[in-house]
Design a protein around this ligand. Structure first.
Ligand code: ZN
Length: 314
């Protein structure tokens, strides 16, 4: 390996405290959530989706949103993201005084939007635009995600034109980025490259973030394809935590350590420390009392530290 200037080429957003845990049935304590956030920061994460401000009856795992925010460390160098679905959630997030960025979610199909948020797809775009505006008028930033960009559990295939039209409408609200989310884990790399390229062309200079679930094993390939097509921000979850609500037993978000291993070995900087992520995977597996889906979490990195290889060679 030659010495080279290390630059962060892809920005990672750590989503384990929200998307990862939200899809886990087992309740996790506020203290453990804060320890997960602390460990993510220590591993180099600088954008973290810390919680969501939704109805606690609908999502009991996120009922401690305010308590999580109250326990967040003072980190002016980090951006703490709160997911919100409506104006009431945005008010709650802003009232904590600890959330830097609101995450708004629109949904690409009517049936999924109705099931998820009780509104049409168009209604979800309007709501997301309002949330971004609400964030901006409170002095925060807002980002907008298009859920089910690559497929819908109810309606099946999602036309690219629909996602492009939504991205164009969302861009007008001034989000810091627009995300394409494969909420149910059905995307493939060719589709990803095509859609990321077209959405980029439609939204001008607004960065594209991608959000993949590894439900069908295509997660890492999709990340690679997205970056090749110009996406610059990637969501991932330590340990690959969080299944898919529509696929019981499925793998969760793409695992942070798997993405970081792939990108860093390929010469693409992420700013994250792989060894610290793997350690956090092991801690989190103890908290969840189960093996986590991440592959690199199990196998370790490569090349191994010197004292490791000496033992292996014996
Ligand atoms: Zn997700």
């Amino acid at each position: 390996m030659s010495a080279k200037l290390y630059t962060v080429a892809v920005e990672m957003v750590e989503v384990s405290p929200r998307d990862g845990l939200q899809n886990e049935g087992q309740p996790v304590s506020t203290a453990d959530k804060l320890e997960l956030i602390r460990r993510a920061l220590a591993a180099g994460a600088r954008r973290i989706e810390v919680t969501s401000f939704v109805n606690p009856r609908a999502v009991p795992q996120m009922a401690d949103a305010e308590a999580v925010c109250a326990g967040l460390p003072e980190r002016p160098d980090a951006t703490f993201i709160g997911l919100v679905m409506n104006a009431r959630g945005a008010e709650r997030a802003i009232a904590t005084g600890r959330i830097d960025q609101l995450g708004a979610v629109s949904v690409a199909t009517d049936r999924f939007a109705m099931a998820n948020q009780g509104q049409t797809s168009d209604g979800s775009v309007e709501a997301a635009r309002d949330i971004v505006a609400q964030a901006r008028s409170a002095g925060l930033t807002g980002q907008a995600t298009i859920a089910a960009s690559f497929g819908c559990p109810f309606e099946g295939e999602v036309p690219e034109d629909r996602v492009i039209a939504m991205a164009t409408a969302l861009a007008g609200a001034g989000p810091v980025e627009i995300a394409l989310a494969d909420t149910i884990g059905v995307a493939n790399p060719a589709h990803v490259a095509s859609l990321v390229g077209k959405v980029r062309g439609a939204v001008g200079s607004i960065p594209i973030r991608v959000h993949f679930h590894n439900t069908r094993g295509t997660g890492l390939a999709n990340v690679w394809a997205a970056i090749g097509a110009g996406a610059s921000v990637v969501d991932a979850s330590i340990g690959g935590l969080g299944g898919c609500p529509f696929a019981p037993g499925a793998a969760g978000n793409v695992a942070t350590e798997d993405v970081v291993y792939m990108l860093e070995r390929a010469g693409i900087g992420t700013g994250l420390d792989l060894d610290a992520l793997i350690e956090t995977n092991r801690w989190l597996a103890r908290v969840m009392a189960k093996d986590l889906p991440a592959m690199v979490g199990k196998a370790g990195g490569f090349p191994r530290p010197r004292n490791d290889t000496e033992e292996d060679a014996a």
